[in-house]
Design a protein around this ligand. Structure first.
Ligand SMILES: Nc1nc(=O)c2c([nH]1)NC[C@@H]1CN(c3ccc(C(=O)N[C@@H](CCC(=O)O)C(=O)O)cc3)C=[N+]21
Length: 308
C-alpha cells in the first residue's frame, strides 16, 4: 500500500528495454557463432505518415544495433493490395528474412487483415496473424504481440509471481487488449477485460491489483480509478497540445498516456511513465521475436528472456 503523500515507484521501461536489447543481441551473436544464422527483419511501410516513418527508422536502428539485419521497404501510398501481397510472398520465400512487420495503419484501400494473414505465421513477429492469436489462446508456442509481451515482462520483473492477482485490462483490441488478457491468464491472474461499454469503469478499475490501460484516450484513467498500491501499466501514446499555450498555438505537442499520470502517481504503488515505459519495450520485444523466429527456422530452441 502507498500511504498518503508518498509516490508510486516508476517502472523504468526504457532501462529494462535497453537491458533486454543487450540480452537479445548477445543471444543473436551466439546463434550466429553456433549456426551461422543472422536474424533478419523486414519492415514494410506503405505511404508517408511522418509518425510511422520515424517509428520505422527507430526500429531499423535498434535492430542493427542488436547485430541483426534490418531491411526497410518503403512503398508509395498508391501501392495496390496485389503489389503488397506479392512483396509479402517474396519475403515469405526469402530464407534470410526471419521476421516480417507491415507497419499499421495501412491506407484505406488495402484490407489490413488480408495482408497480415498473408504473412507466414512463423515470420509474423508482430504476432497479429490469426494462427498466432490461436496459438496464444490455447497455450502453444508462437509469436506473441510485442506490446503485451513487453508489459508482461515488466510485470513479472516488478512483481515476480502474478498468481491470483486481479488484472483489469482496459481495451479489447486484437493488438493489445486481447493478447494482454491471454498472457495475464497464463500467469494465473484473474483477468477482467473492460471496454467502452463496461458499466461503472471507475469502480471496476479500483478493484484491480494490476491495471493495464490500452484504450487510446488521453489521460482517461483518473487517480480515483486506482486501488492504492496497485501496479499501473500505461500503454497509451497520445499526442496532445503542449501545456504552454504559446507553443500549443504554434502546433506544439506533448505525449501523454491513457492514464492521468500526475493523479495516478499519488495513488498507485508502481506505474509506467509515458514516454519511457511500455513504448521502448515494444521495440525490444520485436527484436526478441525476430531472434526467436530465426532460431525456430533452423529448429533451435530460442533462449528465454523472461528470467533475468
Ligand atoms: N505492425 C505494427 N507493429 C507495431 O508494433 C506498431 C505499428 N504497426 N504501428 C505503430 C505502432 C506504434 N508503435 C510504437 C512502438 C514504440 C514506441 C516508442 O518506443 N515510444 C517511445 C517514444 C514516444 C514518443 O516520444 O513519441 C516511448 O514511449 O517512450 C512508440 C510507438 C508500434 N506500432
Amino acid at each position: 500500500m502507498t500511504a498518503k503523500g508518498t509516490q508510486a515507484s516508476l517502472i523504468d521501461g526504457k532501462g529494462f528495454a535497453a537491458g533486454l536489447v543487450q540480452r537479445v543481441a548477445a543471444a543473436a551473436e551466439r546463434l550466429q557463432q553456433a549456426h551461422g544464422v543472422q536474424p533478419g527483419l523486414a519492415v514494410v511501410i506503405v505511404g508517408d505518415d511522418p509518425a510511422s516513418r520515424i517509428y520505422v527508422r527507430n526500429k531499423g536502428e535498434r535492430t542493427r544495433e542488436a547485430g541483426m539485419r534490418s531491411d526497410t521497404h518503403t512503398l508509395p501510398d498508391t501501392t495496390t493490395q496485389a503489389e503488397l501481397l506479392s512483396l509479402i510472398a517474396a519475403l515469405n520465400a526469402d530464407a534470410a528474412i526471419h521476421g516480417i512487420l507491415v507497419q499499421l495503419p495501412l491506407p484505406a484501400h488495402i484490407n489490413a487483415t488480408a495482408v497480415l494473414d498473408a504473412i507466414d505465421p512463423d515470420k509474423d513477429v508482430d504476432g497479429f496473424h490469426v494462427v498466432n492469436a490461436g496459438r496464444l489462446a490455447v497455450g502453444l508456442p508462437g509469436l506473441v504481440p510485442c506490446t503485451p509481451l513487453g508489459c508482461s515482462l515488466l510485470l513479472k520483473a516488478e512483481l515476480g509471481d502474478l498468481s491470483g492477482l486481479h488484472a483489469v485490462v482496459l481495451g479489447r483490441s486484437n493488438i493489445v487488449g486481447k493478447p494482454m488478457a491471454q498472457l495475464l491468464l497464463a500467469e494465473n491472474c484473474t483477468v477482467t477485460i473492460a471496454h467502452s461499454r463496461t458499466a461503472d469503469l471507475p469502480s471496476l478499475c479500483r478493484s484491480a491489483d494490476i491495471l493495464v490501460a490500452a484504450v487510446g484516450r488521453p489521460e482517461m484513467v483518473r487517480g480515483d480509478w486506482i486501488k492504492p498500491g496497485a501496479t499501473v501499466i500505461d500503454v497509451g501514446i497520445n499526442r496532445v497540445p503542449s501545456r504552454d499555450p504559446l507553443k500549443a498555438a504554434a502546433g506544439g505537442t506533448r505525449v501523454v498516456g491513457d492514464v492521468a499520470f500526475d493523479e495516478a502517481v499519488a495513488v498507485a504503488g508502481r506505474i509506467t511513465p509515458v514516454p519511457g515505459g511500455v513504448g521502448p519495450m515494444t521495440i525490444a520485444c520485436l527484436l526478441a521475436n525476430t531472434y526467436a523466429a530465426a532460431c525456430r527456422s533452423i529448429g533451435v530452441a530460442p533462449e528465454p528472456f523472461d528470467g533475468a
